[in-house]
Design a protein around this ligand. Sequence first.
Ligand SMILES: [Mg+2]
Length: 223
Amino acid sequence: MKEDNKPIDIPMLMPERLVDVDVVVWDMDGSLYRHDGERGTFKESSLERAVTRSAIRFIMDREGIDEVTAMTFYEETLLDEVGTSRVLAARYGITRKEYFDVVWDLDPKGIVRDFEIPKRVVKKFAELGKQQILLTAAPEAWQKRVLSFLEIEEMFFRRYNAEMFGKKDEVFADLAREFNPARVLSIGDQIHSDIAPAFAVGLRVFHVSHPQALLTLMGGEST
Ligand SMILES: [Mg+2]
């Protein structure tokens, strides 16, 4: 995941314009809950650590090697353009999905935190009759775990995960054709993947700098 998250000059949806929105596209990690890594990102977060531990365990099991050797090999896989999933899938003759299904099947407890406000906003949007889509670059296994943990599986009429697309840009372009783009709102914490490409195809956007920021979108509604 890229760490470049510089604010850019894109107008965010104002709460009073929420009435113009029919479809809400949610990012998951960092938006439906807060990352606890460096500056609120995936880097150095509990999620990154859990994935690393799980991947190293996977390599140890497959190769029958010790932890230190597996760690060294894991570090090498990170240098690949696509990443560990591609290297290991090729090496073991499995699909990337098969790799994700094992390595990303993680318990969200202790990883997923500060989710109460996003969860409330998702439920509020459902009450308001908004159609909600989940668009995450995370693997399906993790997506299922998080939605189940947050108890909001039923809130999304469609879900996209890592196995279904390359870049979010493609999905935003499809959605802009399927719906009136001016009536679609993209909500996410990453400017370069959730906000800029959505805005580029005419969608409305809202940047989640912190879960608390979602309250602004609800018109400042307090707890
Ligand atoms: Mg995110």
